[in-house]
Design a protein around this ligand. Sequence first.
Ligand code: 13P
Length: 251
Amino acid sequence: MRRLMVAGNWKMNGTRASVAELLKGLKSQEFSATVEVAIFPTFLHVNEAVEALQGTSVKVGAQNLATQSGPGALTGEVSASQLTDAGCTLVLIGHSERRQLLGEAESVLVEKFKAAQEAGLVPVLCVGETLAEREADQTFDVVGAQLDSIMDSLGVEVFSRAVIAYEPVWAIGTGLTATPEQAQDVHHAIRARLAARNAEVAQGVRLLYGGSVKAANAAELFRMPDIDGGLIGGASLNADEFGAICRAAGN
Ligand code: 13P
């Protein structure tokens, strides 16, 4: 049985005051023990989050990391070992905003994935197609290639210590959610892609759905057999809404 996971990607949001408020709200939520809950604040707010959530089961992750896991001369970057030292246990890799707006190439994502695991962080690899790619019937090819790029370089076994988030780019921040059936189809294809190399790894890996998930649509998505939880953007900035999404996963 895969344990469901609900994670909040706070993106470039929050001030010290609003983050304190959000963390306070999170601490007052009832989370089911059957669901793993995590948040991804900005680097600036990781410390505050780790401290505030001490003694709770909520995990803290980072939204990005450097391509090398240890210290070095890399101005402006944060390494995987610094993240574990700060109390992070997870890290996002390959979010579409970084792939598309910041031009992160597959080769860079492979290095980041490797650096994360070297330091003991669990990578959450984000994959997904654009609207043009979906309309051109290329969804499975695009997502498949994003997975292959990691598997070809690092081996399928790395996914026994990682999470995959399917986030169709057209559903991110648009209010347009993939239907449960659309999401399930892609999740099923992702699992099959991994199973072609290692069935056991494919069965064990958690596949989160992301893209305009809110309390009102979470339950129907999480009910699908290959959807093991969600990666939540906008709705994770509201503690009660995020709490409700986590409870939807627990039911
Ligand atoms: P929204 O939930 O705001 O659509 O964002 C999804 C996302 O990008 C999470 O990483």
